[in-house]
Design a protein around this ligand. Structure first.
Ligand code: MG
Length: 162
């Protein structure tokens, strides 16, 4: 069995009045949301980069440049669907996905299960292969001051063959 590991990291500035979407889930109660050319879903972007990194397929900026009007306001789950298609063409399957979100807002834990289910549906894996963890910035740094949301993702792919 061939295994490949990938990591992804993304950060988006949080601003008033933007819809707050993370892991494909809308936090409608949140007063701030991630600024971005697409929907700003930092978690899904980090997951995309982890998948691309594991498969050796480049990065999100190369595939979906923020200068391309096609991706303006894009639903990041659609971008993830495209990337998962590219990874599958290389005959990889997902062993597991481990995500960490660092932010003051929104409060992640009540929606962590919904996020797992959204991402699992796109990646066609049981949700127990996806882990979503959240932590806060302890009042320091841009996350601690509530200025941004940061996401880190590690993905393990395998060929599924012995
Ligand atoms: Mg991004």
């Amino acid at each position: 069995m061939k295994i490949r590991i990938g990591q992804g990291w993304d950060r988006h500035v949080l601003v008033e009045g933007r819809p707050c979407v993370l892991g494909g889930v809308l936090f409608e109660e949140c007063s701030v949301g991630p600024l971005g050319h697409s929907d700003g879903d930092a978690l899904t972007h980090a997951l995309i980069d982890a998948l691309l990194g594991a498969a050796g397929l480049g990065d999100i900026g190369g595939l979906f440049p923020d200068t391309d009007p096609r991706w303006a306001g894009a639903d990041s789950l659609d971008l993830l669907t495209r990337v998962w298609g590219l990874v599958q063409k290389k005959s990889y399957r997902i062993e597991n996905v481990d995500c960490t979100i660092i932010t003051e807002l929104p409060k992640i834990s009540p929606r962590a299960e919904a996020m797992r289910e959204k991402l699992a549906a796109v990646l066609e894996v049981p949700s127990d292969q996806i882990s979503i963890k959240a932590t806060r910035g302890e009042g320091v740094g841009p996350e601690g001051r509530g200025e941004c949301v940061t996401a880190l993702v590690v993905v393990l792919l395998s060929t599924g063959m012995d």
